[in-house]
Design a protein around this ligand. Structure first.
Ligand code: 3HC
Length: 696
């Protein structure tokens, strides 16, 4: 981009009002060209005697600055080059921090990464009190660290403990919380953001210096202000990071080091170390994978899963049939995220009341975590209603059913809904096992029927599988995808085939876990090994979490346990014991039930190999059958659906990394020993023969 095009300024009463508006881009980002532009602009502002202060704004409607340009990181070839890139950014912000005239920034919209680092280098920060205004340093989520001085300026502003909490957790906070933490100086209504920021700039020009109160009270002071307390803060943070990342993600530890180094040796040394560590991280395989995930997720936000998608229907009222755990989760999340009116229906009033209470818990949780204001809470609670009839469904543009997993029951529900809802309403089933075309067979308007497979718990699980059947109308597909997105989900459109994508590739994995149990591997060991591989939980815990539906098709040993009423966490007992929602130890009685005793079993390396390869093989086979539309969808689905280790990029990227030839060889050896369930898929054989991959 040509220098001089992104930043413009005008002079008002001694204050230069600078507007950052990167042409042709939806968000402002700091690229090499922008850095030049900022430098040139600030030089001009410095020279101009009429300029006494600066007020800085974004020209984008709902975003401030999204950070450094991530696309530039992809092209970096060496750690030294990445270190230079960070050092250049630091030098620019040093210039801003040392600018001879005071700078106030008015922040509205996303202020992330390098964007926040820029704001931190300015003297005064005003933020709009609007849900779109979010501030944070999410770099570690990309396998990086805040490399333009963020690891130095944030702890100096708000204390080491609060800064580490934000940086290591890649947390993004709404403006009100950022104000509470002391990141922003003033919180105002969006309508007066400009005036207040200008006024602050003017006041500063006249010699006013903003006073900052230390937040957090005595404890924070004790911990942050003396070396002993600080050492404790770092030791605790390091322990937490290691427990959380299992050593698989280097970025949080590096960020911790950058912060600690700076506080111990001063900002100059801190910046140097920060740039070095940024350089090292930027070229790691982990960071490359996490950046790929960022771009894949972003691309999915615009992808409706069909060529030339018709515009989605704007949903303002949702009908939900079935007030159980899933139905209530869908209802609560739809209200909380999409702000639609929700009508919840079940057979009896007690179920409806219970469902509404559970749906409200989603809102309670948002309120508690300050994601919504008490005012929004009251408004949203009023949008939730329910009953034992279909009253209120007439105005729903979309109905989602989450009734018992039984074809006849679901078919009856389609017919009932068709009788009660408008002709144009789309009907989505949240089934995880029943083919959508079978449900649609009962419909008078099968073109309105689709699958929307949410994961449990709905409020927290980020994935949605959208499953069109053969006759589903394209507009219904766009509507389901668009509404899923409004609910905050990443949606992938998958084929109407048993298990869709997620349960299809999970099933052989769970099944193999059953074989390994039968071979004498202990339950905890099995779980620990997969956590070590990078999953958030192992297969047995996952089975307890997901309960029956996936488990139905897995190996006999598992089935025996489930038959005995051990339905998993929701039943309070599965393979593990649960009490008060907390997981306890393995219930030893399970071994009796499944007729096996732990005796060591195969070597750990073989356990991991069998579990991973059987999943990769099935994923390859499913790709061959067109279950997902692209490897990208498959990988994002597996990462968001059940936590396939993000640093490995997803099952298909991981298969590419291992190479088809190696996979086929290992699978053949396993098939010889353990049978046909390991027979390499045609897709992998074909790739091995031709030397191709999923990603070119
Ligand atoms: N770099 C490059 N491109 C970016 C970007 C960035 N930091 N942030 C957003 N984009 C691009 C997206 O890829 C997308 O591109 P496309 O239109 O070509 O597909 C476009 O901007 C719009 O983004 P979204 O579709 O995601 O828009 P939303 O409105 O849904 O979300 C957002 C906006 C909240 C800013 C979100 O894009 C986001 O979270 N961005 C990344 C923020 C981030 O991680 N920043 C840290 C960067 S690293 C850094 O700053 C290092 C520094 O410390 C040295």
């Amino acid at each position: 981009m040509a220098s001089g095009a992104a930043l413009t300024w005008t002079l008002t009463d001694g204050v230069a009002v600078v507007t950052f508006d990167l042409p042709g881009e939806p968000v402002n980002k700091i690229s090499r060209a922008v850095k030049q532009d900022v430098l040139a602009t600030f030089e001009a502002l410095e020279r101009d005697r009429a300029v006494e202060a600066v007020a800085f704004f974004s020209g984008k409607p709902d975003s401030f600055i999204a950070g450094a340009d991530i696309a530039e990181f992809v092209e970096i070839a060496s750690a030294a080059e990445a270190e230079r890139l960070a050092a250049d950014g630091q030098a620019l912000l040093e210039r801003v921090a040392a600018f001879s005239k005071p700078i106030a920034v008015g922040i509205h919209g996303a202020c992330l990464g390098g964007g926040l680092e820029f704001a931190l280098a300015c003297r005064y920060r005003v933020a709009s009190d609007h849900p779109k205004t979010q501030l944070g340093l999410p770099e570690v989520q990309l396998g990086l660290l805040p490399g333009a001085g963020g690891c130095q300026r944030l702890p100096r502003l708000i204390g080491a403990r609060a800064a580490l909490d934000l940086i290591l957790g890649a947390k993004v906070e709404r403006a009100a919380q950022a104000f509470r933490l002391g990141i922003v100086d003033e919180l105002v209504h969006p309508a007066i953001l400009k005036d207040i920021t200008l006024a602050a700039a003017k006041r500063m020009a006249r010699g006013w210096r903003p006073q900052r109160r230390r937040r957090g009270g005595l404890l924070a002071w004790l911990l942050d202000r003396n070396p002993l307390g600080r050492r404790l803060v770092f030791r605790t943070a390091r322990r937490q990071v290691l427990a959380k990342t299992g050593g698989n993600y280097p970025a949080p530890l590096a960020a911790l080091e950058a912060v600690e180094h700076g506080l111990r040796h001063g900002i100059r040394e801190g910046l140097k170390r920060e740039a070095q560590l940024f350089g090292q991280l930027a070229v790691t395989d982990v960071s490359r994978k996490l950046v790929q995930i960022f771009f894949a997720t972003t691309a999915l936000k615009k992808d409706f899963g069909i060529p030339s998608p018709p515009p989605p229907v704007a949903v303002s009222r949702l009908g939900v049939v079935g007030a159980g755990f899933m139905g209530a989760g869908i209802a609560g999340t739809a209200v909380a995220q999409a702000g639609v009116d929700v009508r919840l229906k079940d057979a009896g009033l007690p179920q409806v009341a219970k469902g509404l209470a559970a749906a409200r818990e989603v809102l309670d949780d948002r309120l508690k975590r300050r994601r919504i204001s008490p005012y929004e809470y009251t408004r949203l609670v009023a949008q939730l209603s329910g009953g034992e009839s279909y009253a209120g469904f007439g105005r729903a543009e979309l109905v989602i059913e989450a009734v018992f997993e039984d074809l006849a029951v679901k078919q009856a529900v389609v017919r009932e809904v068709e009788g009660a809802a408008s002709e144009r309403a789309a009907f989505a089933s949240n089934t995880s096992t029943i083919p959508i075309h079978r449900i649609a067979e009962a419909a008078r308007r099968p073109e309105q029927v689709i699958g929307m497979h949410f994961f449990s718990p709905v409020a927290r699980m980020p994935l949605l599988e959208v499953i069109p059947a053969a006759r589903t109308a394209p507009a219904v597909i766009s509507t389901a995808v668009a509404f899923g997105r409004r609910m905050g989900k990443t949606a992938i459109v998958v084929k109407d085939s048993p298990g869709f994508w997620i349960n299809r590739i999970l099933t052989p994995y769970m099944n193999e876990a059953g074989h390994l149990l039968a071979a004498g591997v202990a339950i905890e060991e099995l779980d620990q090994l997969m956590v070590h591989f990078g999953f958030p939980v192992g297969p047995i815990t996952l089975l307890d979490e997901v309960g029956m539906d996936v488990a139905e098709k897995v190996a006999g040993v598992m089935h025996a346990a489930l038959k005995a009423g051990r339905l998993g966490r929701k039943a309070g007992k599965g393979f593990y014991r649960y009490s008060g929602g907390k997981k306890g130890g393995v219930d030893a009685a399970v071994y009796e039930l499944i007729g096996t005793q732990p005796n060591g079993g195969p070597r750990p390396a073989e356990v991991i190999q069998r579990l991973v390869l059987v999943m990769l093989n099935e994923a390859a086979r499913a790709v061959g059958e067109g279950i997902v539309r692209s490897p990208r969808d498959g990988d994002i689905g597996a990462i968001f659906g059940f936590g396939f280790p993000p640093f490995r990029g997803g099952p298909l990227r991981h298969a590419d990394d291992l190479g088809a030839a190696r996979l086929v060889g290992e699978l053949e050896r396993l098939a010889e020993r353990y049978g046909a369930r390991f027979a390499p898929s045609d897709v992998l054989r074909d790739q091995a023969r031709r030397g191709t991959k999923f990603y070119s």
